[in-house]
Design a protein around this ligand. Structure first.
Ligand code: ARG
Length: 458
């Protein structure tokens, strides 16, 4: 059998052109979606009397056989048939004879491929939502263990105020929660059905698009056939959300790398999530978080790639659109792999409470609290800030921390200091009094954890 579109041509396709224009090398990933779309289409064709019922049934049986073969990895796709759509149609005709050629009635590859992409992203988006929840659960389980574990909180990567380690971790829970919301929201637009738009202008056959939407579980039908076949916004949206997710994963990864360094030693990643050096036997490298951080680049690249493909395209379908696929697959697979690793890596990491605690005892992150102390004694905040600045400078110069200074030393700076200053400066106290909603006190974190648990669907 020659090309499905061969009728108009007098020459064979140049082999290089064939290879260059073919997408079967990568769009075979859409085989299941393509068959699902065809099954719905042909069922509708039969129901509407556009093709005889018996023919529709033969085609359905043929497609189901091909689906089984695809599932068993028994199909050899061929580059001569260019893409997944023509490969499957060819297989169908080989399987059931010329009646298979009726499948493409009232349809074009343009509305077909768009439908396949929608179906693919619907599945992936749903799977990713679950994987994000697995990471959220891992974060929650560590957070619950470490409500009372204190860690320096940083701004500018300088010690700022002590916080609970749970509080720090939970920040990532909420980033992921927004990612989940974004994915869920994008499903509204993924669930627009392009099929039934024909090549660009609709079809002359009395098709029933509502029926196809119903069979395939779409909520909305594209009201404009030209938009339907050339829209890739839903993929852009996926790639954008994916980029934001990777940004979050990358930030967390960076913290894991820093925290597990010799300099910090706040956490230790499980041996099963680290690798060694081929030359330096003492090393235990955080390759996984490093690679998660690194893979963020390709995910951003896929977004910029598709934005660039789309920006100058006239309506409606152009072959440029075939470039939408590899980036989408790559982003979906990268996200999947990353989230799958992240959850157990967080779950299995060891938290070095003592090291964190030591860090807090040896810094000035309680300085804000002496300022607040003087403010409560009536001093204007600006003046208090000035006084504390001088105390901190004095302490640094005498090699002491704020809890090491005697009351006499404090009195050199202000007569307002009393014995209770030492309770105020204790890190536990510093954390406990940050009891405003969303703050780092244990009470607030327990509230936060309750809110978080309610967000998990499973
Ligand atoms: N392989 C093509 C793609 O991925 C399918 C649509 C082809 N349509 C066309 N008119 N050439 O975009």
């Amino acid at each position: 059998m020659s090309k499905l579109w061969g009728g108009r041509f007098t020459k064979e396709t140049n082999k290089l052109v064939e290879e260059f224009t073919a997408s079967i090398f990568f769009d075979q990933k859409l085989a299941k979606e393509d068959i699902a779309g065809s099954l719905a289409h042909v069922q509708m064709l039969g129901e509407c009397g556009i093709i005889p019922k018996e023919d529709a049934e033969k085609i359905i049986d043929g497609l189901l056989l091909i689906k089984e073969k695809v599932d068993r990895n028994e199909v050899n796709f061929s580059v001569e048939d260019e893409d997944i759509h023509m490969n499957i149609e060819k297989l169908l005709i080989e399987q059931i004879g010329p009646v298979g050629g009726k499948l493409h009635t009232g349809r074009s590859r343009n509305d077909q491929v768009a439908t396949d992409m929608h179906l693919y992203l619907r599945t992936k988006t749903t799977e990713l939502i679950k994987l994000i929840e697995d990471v959220q659960k891992a974060i929650l389980s560590q957070a619950k263990e470490h409500v009372e574990t204190l860690i320096p909180g940083y701004t500018h990567l300088q010690r700022a105020q002590p916080v609970s380690f749970a509080h720090h971790l939970m920040a990532y829970f909420w980033m992921l929660e927004r990612d989940k919301e974004r994915l869920l929201d994008s499903l509204k637009r993924i669930n627009w059905l392009p099929l039934g738009s024909g090549a660009l202008a609709g079809t002359t056959f009395p098709i029933n698009r509502e029926r196809v939407a119903e069979i395939l579980g779409f909520e909305t039908i594209y009201p404009n056939s030209m938009d339907a076949v050339s829209d890739r916004d839903f993929i852009l949206e996926f790639l954008s959300i994916g980029s934001i997710i990777m940004t979050h994963i990358s930030r967390l990864s960076e913290e894991l790398v820093i925290w597990s360094s010799q300099e910090f030693q706040f956490i230790e990643l499980d041996d099963s999530f680290c690798t060694g050096s081929s030359i330096m036997p003492q090393k235990k490298n955080p390759d996984v978080p490093e690679l998660l951080r690194g893979k963020t680049g390709r995910v951003y690249g896929n977004l910029v790639g598709l934005l660039t493909v789309l920006k100058g395209l006239p309506l409606a379908y152009n072959k440029d659109l075939q470039e939408d696929k590899e980036g989408m697959f790559d982003t979906a697979e990268t996200l999947e792999g990353s989230l799958k690793l992240l959850a157990p890596m967080i779950e299995t990491m060891t938290v070095n409470k003592e090291v964190m605690r030591k860090a807090i005892n040896n810094d000035f992150s309680n300085a804000t609290d002496i300022a607040d102390y003087l403010v409560r004694k009536g001093l204007p905040f600006r003046e208090a800030h000035e006084v504390i600045g001088k105390i901190v400078l004095y302490a640094i110069q005498s090699g002491k921390f704020l809890l090491d200074l005697s009351l006499d030393e404090y009195h050199q700076f202000s007569g307002l200091f009393e014995e209770d200053i030492y309770d105020v400066l204790a890190p536990e106290h510093v954390v406990a009094v940050r009891n405003s909603f969303g703050g780092t006190s244990s009470e607030q974190i327990r509230e936060q954890i309750k809110l978080a648990e309610a967000k998990l669907t499973r």
